[in-house]
Write a protein that binds this ligand. Sequence first.
Ligand SMILES: [Zn+2]
Length: 345
Amino acid sequence: MEKELKEISQDIRKEIALCKDIDDFWLLHKKYLSKEGRLSILFQSLKKLSTDKRASLGSEANRIKKELTDLIKTKEIKVDQSSNLDDYFDPTLPGKKPAIGHIHPLTKSINRAKMIFEGMGFSTIEGPELEDEWHNFDALNFPKDHPAREMQDTLFIKQKNREKLLEKERLVMRTHTSPVQIRYMLTHKPPFRIIVPGRVFRNEATDASHEVNFYQIEGLMIDKDISVANFKAIMENFWQSFYGKKVKIRLRPSFFPFTEPSFEVDMSCTSCKGRGCSVCSKTGWLEVMGAGMVHPNVLKNSGVDPKKWQGFAFGMGWDRIVMMKYSIDDVRLFYGGDLRFLKQF
Ligand SMILES: [Zn+2]
């Protein structure tokens, strides 16, 4: 019995050294000092001893029990204090600023454009980036031999027996957002007033002003009595809201397969107010978009009667617009993922 008392005492001291936190001490206490603990069981067996032996061993056992209880308590307090020190929290210290995400300048400015157009009654529509040749070219009145259909400009998707497939089965990465107009007109009834922001793809070598993919914003307005004057008014309103400055719009004749008449749209230079500077190559004007009155063939292909309905469509290379707005000189910066660049916006 004396031997066992000694053993318990040694075991507890060994285990105290291994205790790391309050939970460890709690387990230790349970193992030795609780009702079911080793020391309590020993106390119970004392009853079986003779009166003399019980007295001497009993007082020794009590002494050891008190000593061990005190030792556990002291060590426990020490561990508790030091662990508290690690968790010490000073609520008066200034907080760490969490690094939060950031909206890309292209997305941010597209959102701004959407807001302006939506204020003029336009809805924002999206469509697939993987398109078929019919929606991307044929429906938009591109002749079969149009240069845009050549390998140099378009990213065609590899397909088995491609030459045997129909135009609607031959896949391309869309070269412009215009096929979304066709998809929308085929599934809705006029009048239409939509814009289509989205990514488009070209088979091009990249440099400071060319990327294999970039953003376009496309627009379409079809009603019974829409004219070029309506187009001019809407565009003037858009550019003034977008730049927050008074601007003038000028139209120059141009050619696109999907519009007739077609024009290039220039906006008075916002840097020099039309006097001429390096931004506008001393002309006082910036080319901002292509546009025109929707070609009757395009309306017909989309199930819209050109004798009843007419209107305009426009498209702008959005990356270039954002580059002009913030004086960015390399389009590749948008897609490089360099946070030093992106954090400026
Ligand atoms: Zn200028």
